[in-house]
Write a protein that binds this ligand. Structure first.
Ligand code: AR6
Length: 173
């Protein structure tokens, strides 16, 4: 790719990405265990993750914080709070901030590879098409600012989510 940053979209489980230095959690404001992505990440990481994360909260929509990976195969977990659709406004800006702030943290920690889930598209109710459009646009635009991050992977839970992201990635490249 032009910028030297590889963007990869796969179907899979965000808690099982042993070859990325960091994974991103679709967190809650309190940085507690929760369900969905957060539940899967905390289960795999073990209880020490919550002990490290909770004192860093509460966080605001669009914000990101970083912890260690504990029992995960990843060195770091970057926890982002996505907007609740229809509640935290303007949604698109707050969702874009999640991706931007996660990448900023990754740069600060000199992280070479990072895996994202589709933030806000589960329990937080962000419509898939709209969220994928924001996510792919933001990631493509952010590539130019990256020095350390060389690989960005999106780990999408099902085939439809993968296909929608593929379409918007192509549109933005
Ligand atoms: N790997 C990859 N994607 C997944 C996985 C997984 N293991 N599990 C679910 N998804 P969600 P949100 C998909 O609800 O909308 C939590 O309770 C899922 O199908 O995890 O940002 C937190 O504590 C969806 O497309 O995140 C918060 O309270 C996407 O990942 C709240 O949910 C995100 O779904 C955050 O809600």
């Amino acid at each position: 790719m032009k910028s030297g940053v590889e963007i990869e979209l796969i179907q899979g489980d965000i808690a099982n990405q042993p070859d990325t230095t960091a994974i991103v959690n679709a967190a809650n404001a309190q940085l507690r265990k929760g369900g969905g992505v957060a539940g899967a990440i905390h289960r795999a990481a073990g209880p020490e993750l919550e002990k490290e994360a909770v004192p860093l909260g509460p966080i605001e929509p669009g914000q990101a914080v970083i912890t260690g990976g504990h029992n995960l195969p990843n060195r770091y977990v970057i926890h982002c709070l996505g907007p609740v659709y229809g509640v935290n406004r303007p949604e698109a800006e707050l969702l874009a901030n999640c991706y931007r702030n996660a990448l900023k943290l990754a740069e600060r920690y000199e992280i070479d590879s990072i895996a994202f889930p589709a933030i806000s598209t589960g329990i937080f109710g962000y419509p898939l098409e709209e969220a994928a459009k924001v996510a792919m646009k933001t990631i493509v635009e952010s590539r130019a600012d990256l020095k350390y991050v060389k690989k960005i992977r999106f780990v999408l839970y099902d085939k439809k989510t993968l296909q929608v992201h593929e379409r918007y990635l192509k549109e933005n490249l």
